[in-house]
Design a protein around this ligand. Structure first.
Ligand code: KIV
Length: 287
């Protein structure tokens, strides 16, 4: 299968694009094997992997570390590296250098949050030949400014501002735009207003693609998933079940079995005179 590129994503408006987050080699391999178009190395890593309450704690070096792990798997999916809070807010030079860190780690594009306010950073990064994915609506890096994780664009002015932000990002040259937690009517307006694909999360059906967080989709988290998450598995439950069986087997003396053990050849065991034949010693240890 050919590797997904930024131009190929940009050309797929209206075609059911898929993006799933991944933060390390096993998750990236799984997402790629599932046939997703894009892997987002999201700053959600802070919450679903690193145990923070929000995404604000992760740095550009953290994001480069996780991006590199994903990139080492050489996926066909396009790798989008998420720019963390404060990596593009200070000035444009800083934004370009930080975006370059993600590209050097293996990202083919970067994503950043915000609309009109972030245009200087978007322009500067694009000028450095780094493709940018926009992100409007509920932008989790603004959690304190928003007063929590709330659906955005419910009022007239707020809805218009989201459309204006998305149009400005598309005009600046963003190749796709994430729309997070907005009413479906707003998502439809944005999708109709921009020539590039919109990728929704909690934005309903009237978008050009969908993104979900790996751990939410697979039920591998202890937080209550938002209503827009469809959980396709219970990996958390399956993991606890498997780990409990390991604990029980060790406690019962049934792990490891003879087949799971390296044995000395009989002659060597006898010559060592330590404990009879290897075969004899290979039986499970009883408590
Ligand atoms: O970090 C992330 O996982 C994201 C998605 C929610 C779009 O930005």
């Amino acid at each position: 299968m050919a590797r997904t590129t930024v131009p190929s994503v940009r050309a797929r408006k209206g075609s059911g694009l898929t993006m799933i987050t991944a933060y390390d080699a096993p998750s990236a391999r799984a997402v790629d094997a599932a046939g997703a178009d894009m892997i987002l190395v999201g700053d959600s890593v802070a919450m679903v992997v690193l145990g923070y309450d929000d995404t604000l704690a992760v740095t550009i070096d953290d994001m480069a570390h996780h991006t590199a792990a994903v990139a080492r798997t050489k996926p066909n999916a396009l790798i989008v590296g998420d720019m963390p809070w404060l990596s593009y807010h200070v000035n444009s030079e800083d934004a370009v250098r930080n975006a370059a860190k993600l590209v050097r780690a293996g990202a083919q594009a970067v994503k950043l949050e915000g609309g009109v306010k972030r245009l200087p950073a978007v322009h500067a990064i694009l000028d450095a030949e780094i493709p940018v994915m926009g992100h409007v609506g509920l932008t989790p890096q603004s959690v304190h400014a928003f007063g929590g994780y709330k659906v955005q664009g419910k009022e007239l002015d707020a809805a218009k501002a989201i459309v204006d932000d998305a149009v400005a990002l598309a005009e600046a040259g963003c190749f796709a735009i994430v729309l997070e937690c907005v009413p479906d009517g707003v998502a439809r307006m944005v999708t109709d207003a921009v020539p590039v694909p919109t990728i929704g999360i909690g934005a309903g059906r009237h978008v050009d693609g969908q993104v979900l967080v790996f751990h939410d989709l697979l039920g591998f988290t202890d937080r209550t998933p938002p209503k827009f998450v469809r959980q396709y598995a219970d990996l958390g439950g399956a993991a606890i079940d498997a780990l409990s069986r390991f604990v029980a087997d060790v406690q019962a003396g049934s792990f490891p079995s003879s087949d799971e053990t390296y044995h000395l050849a009989d002659g060597v065991a006898d010559a060592l005179g330590l404990y009879g034949s290897a075969a004899e010693h290979a039986e499970p240890i009883s408590s």
